[in-house]
Design a binder for this molecule. Structure first.
Ligand code: FES
Length: 336
């Protein structure tokens, strides 16, 4: 059983969410949506449910979880590989470990009581301090590491001090291409494929969906207006040797009608080039428990309901399931 970090237990899931919202304007745009996507992929309520479960397999069945939602299960150093700030993960770990000893956790709690500061104000302060440490150590602007600093603290909160300390940053993958600047990454995400010399004669435009920016081959073609899952299914490379979620193409999909919860993805680049969300997809995202939609083009989508008309960069979560079943019954009724 994972033991959550006692020094961070004073902060509730809404505290973490409001902290992230407050810090977004301070983050470099390259990792703004990436941090929000990560936060959606690893919900605190789910981690706490597993930490408290006496029968993890029963919980998995009740929530119909398929895949690996646990940071503690081998994902501490890798879950955030799609962030630009991932390259500073060793410094983030060192800063979190240095700042979150038991003595400092006590100091923060005492400080909160004395000043009557809100929990999220304290958490914001913690993230900023870790980010400042990392920025100084890595000699980069603080906005580049604010998102990954948030993730460092949340990871420690979910997996506990021992697991966080014991995991090795040696497994950290270098984001590719290593030398690309954050501005170049943002520009690359926004760019569309050229349509060729006679592209203006084409009735149907051809684009690409990238599903792992670190790998040159992690992309599949898409015809303008196509659903992401349709284009994904046309990628005939063999994905079935991986986890059983992958039946056809790189995006796990079963029903293609927004009923199974399988195909949720994060939209890392090209949000302005995907279709606006409709009421049905909005309701289904709520009912699955993935996000509460507040945007016309949210950063989490059901790929089977999302069409694109341009290059798009997505992130595929390592699991799917019905996390809304963790909510108390009255709230679930409201979502129906
Ligand atoms: S494939 Fe079932 S919800 Fe999209």
């Amino acid at each position: 059983m994972t033991v959550p970090d006692a020094g961070l237990l004073q902060f509730s899931a809404p505290d973490w969410s409001s902290t992230l919202d407050a810090l977004l304007p301070e983050m470099h745009v390259v990792d703004r949506d990436a941090t929000r996507i990560w936060h959606a992929f690893y919900p605190l309520a789910l981690a706490d449910a597993y930490a408290a479960a006496t029968d993890a397999a029963a919980l998995t069945r009740r929530l119909r979880i398929d895949g690996n939602p646990s940071l503690a299960a081998g994902q501490i150093d890798a879950s955030h590989g799609f962030l630009y700030g991932h390259r500073y993960w060793p410094q983030v770990k060192a800063a979190v470990l240095a700042r979150l000893g038991p003595a400092e956790a006590g100091h923060y709690t005492h400080h909160a009581i004395e000043l009557g500061a809100s929990a999220s104000a304290l958490l914001i302060d913690r993230v900023r301090r870790v980010a400042a440490d990392v920025a100084a150590e890595a000699r980069v602007e603080i906005g580049l590491v604010t998102g990954i600093a948030f993730i460092g603290l949340m990871t420690r909160r979910q997996v506990g001090a021992d697991a966080f300390h014991a995991s090795t940053a040696a497994s950290v993958m270098t984001p590719a291409p290593a030398g690309r600047s954050p501005e170049a990454v943002v520009a690359r995400r926004a760019r569309d494929d050229r349509q060729g010399l006679l592209g203006f004669l084409r009735t149907t435009r051809h684009y690409r969906v990238m599903f792992d920016e670190r790998r040159a081959d992690a992309a599949f073609p898409l015809l303008a207006g196509q659903h992401l899952t349709t284009a994904s299914a046309n990628d005939t490379r063999d994905y079935t040797h991986g986890p059983r979620r992958f039946q056809e193409g790189p995006i796990p999909a079963q029903c293609r009608s927004a009923t199974c919860s399988t195909c949720w993805v994060g939209v890392l680049g090209g949000r302005d080039k995907v279709s606006a969300i409709d009421a049905y997809e909005t309701r289904r995202l709520h009912e699955f428990g993935y996000i509460q939609v507040t945007d016309e083009r949210p950063f989490i989508r059901l790929a089977c309901q999302t069409r694109a008309a341009g290059n798009v960069t997505i992130v595929i979560p390592p699991w799917h399931g019905l996390v809304s079943r963790l909510l108390p019954d009255p709230i679930r009724q409201i979502l129906r």
